[in-house]
Design a binder for this molecule. Structure first.
Ligand code: GLN
Length: 242
């Protein structure tokens, strides 16, 4: 029985500086859906200067202002080798907007400053004058329709080692040129979708939990969860005007 096992450990990356437009909802949904399946869960906050914890099973990070990205940049470089090892080992990760950009190679701000990323995702981001704001729906081969809300000035371009999370049906996504949204590599997902993402798209939460549980315990308790109200919320969100 999973409740006798050691807890699933979720690392919340930079909750103080990178946590905007409801991104904390991603943590709540991951925790609750794992608990509904009988897993014990620990959420560990990691902020700049903290000791990087051991035995992490899932990593989640959110968006923030450019100033938030400035604040975490040095620390992110410091822990980059640990994050890269975990990513190489198949640890599932979800990073949104500001941290999505910094999991890439760099973010170039409006005043042409470079905020360095850690290159786990093969992407590059450049701030443009127009902010891309509004409801967004994308279609993903792996996850079907995904719905959320975007608000960013950075436009992101994928290199050959990243594949998009999905293609945009409504909204803008990574950039104004190619209709792609987000990027995936190994078990790392980056996306511009706030909203928050996981409450509206719980199948992605379940996938993250499945990867983490299978890696840690060797199997996954795939109990069905009643998603009636979530489905209504998703349908409603998809009908909202841009
Ligand atoms: N500073 C970034 C941008 O505007 C990130 C925004 C965010 O995380 N919402 O592109």
């Amino acid at each position: 029985m999973s409740s006798t096992k050691s807890p699933l450990r979720i690392l919340h990356l930079y909750p103080r500086d990178m946590n905007i437009y409801g991104d904390y909802g991603n943590i709540l949904v991951l925790k609750r859906r794992a608990e509904w399946r009988g897993y014990k869960v620990e959420v560990i906050d990691y902020n700049p200067g903290d000791n990087f914890p051991k035995d992490i099973d899932v990593i989640v990070g959110g968006g923030g202002q450019d100033s938030g990205q400035d604040k975490v940049q040095a620390d992110l470089q410091k822990i980059s080798h640990k994050l890269r090892d975990l990513a190489d080992n198949g640890t599932p990760m979800l990073v949104i907007c500001g941290l999505y950009q910094l999991f890439g190679k760099y973010f170039q701000t409006h005043d042409k400053r470079i905020i360095h990323g850690i290159g786990i995702l093969d992407i590059e981001t450049i701030a443009e004058s127009e902010r891309l704001i509004g409801n967004i729906t994308i279609q993903s081969q792996q996850f079907g329709d995904i719905v959320g809300y975007e608000n960013h000035s950075g436009q992101t371009f994928l290199g050959k080692n990243a594949k998009p999370l999905g293609m945009v049906i409504r909204g803008v996504g990574n950039n104004k040129k190619d209709k792609s949204e987000g990027a995936c590599s190994n078990n790392v997902i980056g996306s511009y979708l706030h909203g928050s993402l996981l409450p509206k798209n719980p199948h992605i939460a379940d996938w993250l939990i499945e990867q983490a549980a299978t890696k840690k315990y060797g199997n996954f308790e795939s109990k069905n969860i009643d998603d009636h109200f979530t489905s209504l919320a998703r349908e409603h969100a998809m009908k909202r005007p841009r």
